[in-house]
Write a protein that binds this ligand. Structure first.
Ligand SMILES: *Cc1c(COP(=O)(O)O)cnc(C)c1O
Length: 385
């Protein structure tokens, strides 16, 4: 048996399900806290889109993080989990009127605005309520991230943010509007980034932009650098906690904040990925013409990352200590992409064995679908079993 899975307690549960190790989550949060506590003007927001399971949200809120939301639904989930409105930020290229109104009604900390038409709408809706919305502009820094093409967001070709050359005119325009107050700049260059050089490139870009702002006598309260820190999908046992020290030190060393400026982070994956596993039961072992298949009861409806991004997840047979054999681990969904891994070595697997698909805490449960009329799996916290 590998990892610390309470297999005896699993017997009563319907597979597939998500299993969240609350100790790993709490250790991860403590590690963030240790790094951030050294800076009294730093704030970390949890990117709710990585996993909005109410039990996880509650633990994250108790650790003092704010919430980074990209939809009205996420604002509602955050408020429901007890995040204070003063710690909620709201980003996204396409905010609907009801979502903006929800943010206004709840006096959230900041709207991260991604276009001039959006700015005008926020100003109008705030005016109708007699409010002043706090806004930051999301800039597209044209900084590449060494990650999968589908999850890089900070290149000029991506749909996100406002072009750098428009920064000053957009801010000067916003300063003319009565119902918005410009408080910051926002960035987010992508996800699953492990090369600190990418974050360093972002810092350099922000330093240049701040100098340009100074030349125009524009002072902003805060800089929000987004999230994107990656996790080690290969070694969830050996390296369950991401290297927060290297990440935060990059910003401490390279980013030049102005006096009084606060720095905000929005971490999603790095907070929750390693605490979660998708637990699935082996239904059948099928000897194909050229290979052996372990057919399991979870599919891409429950964890879409392998099918969507060709992502790697470590898979372990947590019931078997038999010698290793080579399998393709596949789900039951009627699509050829419903494959979790090809040609991997597992301890010899038989019908009924539990497999743990590791590092599934981020972009797992939250991306689940009911395709094939499948039931949505339940997420269990180790605390509750
Ligand atoms: C997705 C997202 C994040 C979090 O990204 P991770 O890679 O999970 O850390 C942060 N900010 C914004 C605006 C996002 O869209």
């Amino acid at each position: 048996m590998k990892g610390h899975f309470p297999i005896d307690k699993f017997q009563a549960l319907q597979t597939p399900f998500y299993y969240y190790d609350s100790n790993v989550l709490r250790q991860t949060l403590r590690s963030i806290e240790n790094e951030v506590a050294r800076h009294d003007n730093w704030y970390v927001h949890y990117a709710v889109k990585a996993n909005a399971n109410p039990k996880l949200l509650r633990i994250i809120r108790e650790a003092g993080l704010g919430a980074d939301c990209v939809s009205g639904g996420e604002i509602e989930a955050s408020l429901h989990a007890g995040f204070p409105n003063s710690k909620i930020v709201f980003a996204g290229v396409g905010k609907s009127d009801w979502e903006i109104n929800l943010g206004l009604d709840n006096d959230i900390f900041c709207f991260n605005v991604e276009s001039i038409p959006e700015l005008e709408v926020i100003n109008d809706l705030a005016s109708a309520k007699g409010k002043v919305a706090r806004v930051a502009f999301r800039l597209n820094p044209n900084v590449g991230a060494h990650t999968h093409a589908n999850i890089t967001t900070g290149l000029a070709e991506n749909k996100f943010g406002i072009a750098m050359r428009d920064m000053v005119p957009v801010i000067e325009h916003a300063q003319q509007l009565k119902n918005v107050q410009v408080v910051g700049l926002h960035f987010h260059i992508g996800s699953q980034i492990l090369d600190m050089g990418d974050f360093q490139a972002l810092c350099n870009r922000i330093n240049d932009l701040q100098e340009e702002l100074e030349r125009h006598h524009i002072r902003l309260e805060h800089i929000n650098v987004g999230g994107g820190l990656g996790v080690d999908y290969e070694h969830p046992n050996r390296l369950p906690i991401p290297d927060f020290h290297a990440y935060f030190e990059t910003y401490a060393k390279k980013l030049k904040l102005r006096p009084g400026q606060t720095l905000h982070f929005e971490l999603g994956r790095a907070v929750v990925a390693q605490c979660g596993s998708l637990i699935t039961r082996t239904l059948f072992i099928k000897e194909g013409a050229v290979k052996k298949f372990a057919i399991v009861d979870a599919g891409f409806t429950d964890l879409v990352r392998p099918a969507l991004y060709q992502a790697y997840h470590k898979i372990e047979n947590i019931c078997s200590d038999e010698p290793k054999e080579t399998y393709d681990v596949v789900g039951p969904i009627c699509e050829s992409t419903d494959v979790f891994a090809k040609q991997i070595d597992l301890n010899s697997t038989k019908r009924g064995d539990y497999l743990a698909i590791r590092s599934a805490g981020a972009y797992g449960e939250i991306m689940a679908s009911q395709y094939n009329c499948r039931r949505l799996p339940i997420g269990y916290l180790s605390d509750d079993l």
